[in-house]
Design a protein around this ligand. Structure first.
Ligand SMILES: Nc1ncnc2c1ncn2[C@@H]1O[C@H](COP(=O)(O)OP(=O)(O)O)[C@@H](O)[C@H]1O
Ligand SMILES: [Mg+2]
Length: 252
């Protein structure tokens, strides 16, 4: 399989008031096109920092990140912005929807920004909203939908430009368990249709649905567990047990 993301000796150091904090220390990571990879680890272990540096949202201190054959540290600001807009999709715990726009307009925005044909963008937005069962929310304000509906709208927004990869930072962290299941279901479906996913989560139930789990601690990946593609919901309890045991061995 083709490697979509290749991370080599990635370091990220924050300097605050003269003292430096080595948050990522020589992280190596490869993700193949089509994988669903999840990152777990203690709070403050650098999970978000890893996600932001490999997706070009934040600058790395040293090392290299090759995304889809492109060395992201060699791209200028404009090229990087275009790469993020067209090839990457993002979802966050905090969702970051624009309050002044209705749900549909929030989803359309990155589509229009990409310069694609507006009619085609509208059609794709409607198709995605129908698929994720939020078409009835199209004209609503973002305060007029549930948390689960809002996160599914964020997923539509992340998918509007048909990205190669989705980066998700605790996308179910603010949701109740039912809404979390729905969002995971849709993320899994997007992955089945070919979108590669890198997701951070604290939830064993959520992580058990991914193909591979990485454990980040002290600024490096300390272990990885291959779970394989989830073929059937009935496999979930056994996958959860396996993951739980593995996490406990790592001091979870
Ligand atoms: N913008 C920043 N400036 C300085 N330190 C930061 C910044 N962002 C994160 N950190 C520090 O980096 C470490 C890892 O943070 P983070 O990546 O958010 O961890 P996680 O997502 O695993 O909880 C923490 O010690 C945090 O305080
Ligand atoms: Mg975080």
């Amino acid at each position: 399989m083709e490697k979509l993301l290749k991370v080599n000796s990635l370091c990220k150091t924050y300097i605050l008031k003269g003292s430096s904090n080595n948050v990522l220390r020589n992280v190596d990571l490869e993700i193949e096109a089509g994988e669903f990879v999840c990152v777990m680890g203690p709070s403050g272990s650098g999970k978000s920092t890893l996600l932001y540096t490999v997706s070009g949202m934040d600058v790395m201190t040293s090392g290299s990140v090759i995304f889809d054959g492109k060395d992201i540290s060699k791209l200028d600001k404009k090229e990087l912005a275009a790469l993020r807009l067209n090839e990457m999709g993002f979802i966050f715990q905090q969702m970051y929807m624009l309050k002044k726009l209705c749900i549909l307009d929030n989803i359309l925005l990155p589509g229009f920004q990409s310069g694609a044909d507006r009619k085609a963008v509208r059609e794709r937005a409607e198709e995605l909203m129908r698929r994720l069962d939020i078409i009835d929310c199209a004209e609503r304000e973002i305060t007029e939908v549930s948390g689960g509906q809002l996160q599914r709208a964020c997923l539509c927004r992340a998918l509007i430009n048909d990205p190669k990869m989705i980066f998700a930072d605790e996308p179910t962290g603010a949701l109740n368990s039912r809404a979390a299941e729905e969002v995971m279901h849709e993320l899994t479906e997007a992955n089945r249709r070919g979108t590669t996913v890198l997701m951070i989560t604290h939830s064993v139930r959520v992580a058990a649905q991914c193909g591979r789990v990485l454990y980040l601690m002290d600024g490096d990946i300390q272990g990885e567990l291959e779970l394989g593609t989830l073929e059937n919901e009935s496999e979930l309890p056994a996958r959860e047990r396996k993951l739980n045991n593995w996490l406990m061995d790592r001091g979870w």
